[in-house]
Design a protein around this ligand. Structure first.
Ligand code: 17E
Ligand code: FE2
Length: 418
């Protein structure tokens, strides 16, 4: 009896509160055994030395169609969402399927090297040839042996801002998008915004898809589409199949209204995605001082029992010229801007870039370090979640579908005394 691969002496992060040292054996694409000490040999063995072995990072919100285009055709000088949308409007005129595929695959490799094995990407479908969508659907297929990619049909310019946009959204779903999107705060009027949320739900029900709406990504306390999303989620029974992304206006709502909303949220089971790097840079741009942080009420949502995950949103694109693809950068920023500095809060921020993201993507049934599940796991360079975020620990090894996919040798720095 032998296993294909054994990782010995792993500090396991199996469920949020269980950490223990164990050996993990992989056979084929599956986790075959977990025990304090596995006697049988493995064809390949690694001693992990008591470091944290975690389920992979989940990137629950990124725009791969625009990734790596920063500066094309020009940089975003105002730093606003709106300037980003208009720069992208120009850049997307020259999109080709090859261009999208090349940048998306380069980004996915960068992500995989840093321990991400599940990604939800948005594909802009308010463009008449659906180039971004075609490219990303081909990418989903091309990477499926090492990366799970979900594609959201995202109507960047609004569903009702041009007559053809509604049809393009439906066509994108027919072509195979996994998730239906929306952008109610960007529609011309409040009425159009409400109508667009209803349309997103109708399409999701008709084609049996998940929902992920860019919702209230603005500092305007009058932007109240989250309540519409929640009402639709409760009435349709879609609950956990629904995600509200960004919801930055939630940070500007008066507390009296936020309290009412929290009660409704408790009933709806919808997921939230915050994008700390982007929210802290795009929002607050119309403020002088005091200047708002513009990130949704992550700590309060988490305490209220909602599932919250974090996304990177952008890597070098018209909205954000920085970005590395490292989910620990995202969690680190969240600890700061959400003031989640308590120990259990820091751990929660780690969960928001791992297990909570898996829930949002509805992939949790085959996610996690348990016998019988697909062998997707990462080895960090530290022993626990807090140190992982503090150090933004390199991911030493990434195992995908039972195979070593990527390795990083942590840099060594030497201080010569005297
Ligand atoms: N589009 C949008 O509407 N909002 C964003 N944060 C990005 C693209 C990156
Ligand atoms: Fe986004």
């Amino acid at each position: 009896m032998s296993y294909d691969l054994i990782l010995r002496n792993c500090r396991l992060l199996r469920s949020p509160d269980v950490t223990e040292t164990a050996d993990v054996a992989l056979s084929g694409k599956k986790i075959a055994a977990i025990a304090p000490r596995i006697e049988a040999p493995g064809e390949t063995e690694y001693d992990v030395g008591g470091n944290l072995v975690s389920p992979p990072f989940v990137e629950s919100h990124i725009h791969l169609d625009s990734a790596l285009t920063a500066g094309e055709p020009r940089p975003n000088e105002s730093g606003t969402l709106f300037e980003g949308i208009s720069i992208w409007e120009e850049r997307k005129k020259s999109l080709t399927v090859e261009d999208v595929k090349k940048r998306a695959i380069a980004t996915l490799k960068l992500q995989a090297q840093q321990g991400i094995l599940f990604v939800r990407t948005h594909a802009d479908v308010s463009e008449s040839n659906l180039i971004a969508l075609r490219g990303l659907l081909e990418v989903r297929e091309a990477v499926k042996d090492w990366m799970t990619l979900q594609v959201v049909a995202f109507p960047q310019d609004g569903i009702y801002s041009r007559p053809e946009n509604e049809l393009l959204l439906e066509k994108a779903i027919e072509m195979g998008a996994d998730v239906v999107g929306g952008i109610p705060h960007y529609e011309f009027t409040r009425e159009d915004g409400v109508k667009s949320v209803h349309r997103t739900f109708e399409l999701a029900e008709k084609y049996d898809r998940l929902i992920d709406i860019h919702c209230d990504e603005i500092d305007d306390e009058q932007s109240r589409f989250l309540e519409v999303v929640v009402a639709c989620a409760v009435r349709s029974g879609l609950g956990a199949r629904v995600t509200a992304s960004h919801t930055t206006a939630f940070a500007s709502y008066p507390n009296a209204y936020a309290l009412k909303l929290m009660g409704l949220l408790g009933r709806s089971r919808i997921n939230f995605i915050a994008n700390p790097l982007i929210n802290i840079t795009l929002q607050g741009r119309t403020d002088t001082y005091p200047k708002r942080r513009g990130i949704t009420r992550v700590k309060e949502l988490w305490k209220n029992g909602s599932n919250v995950s974090f996304g990177h949103d952008c890597i070098r694109d018209p909205w954000y010229g920085l970005g590395t693809g490292n989910m620990l950068d995202v969690a680190h920023m969240a600890v700061h801007v959400c003031q989640m500095t308590g120990l259990s809060e820091i751990d929660a921020c780690y969960d928001m870039v791992t297990g909570n993201g898996a829930k949002t993507l509805s992939v949790e049934n085959d996610y996690g370090i348990e016998v019988g599940k697909t062998a997707n796991l990462i080895v960090l360079n530290v022993g626990n979640r807090y140190e992982a975020i503090r150090m933004r620990s390199p991911v030493r090894q990434v195992f995908s579908r039972g195979k070593l996919l990527a390795e990083t040798k942590p840099v060594q720095s030497i201080f010569y005394d005297g």
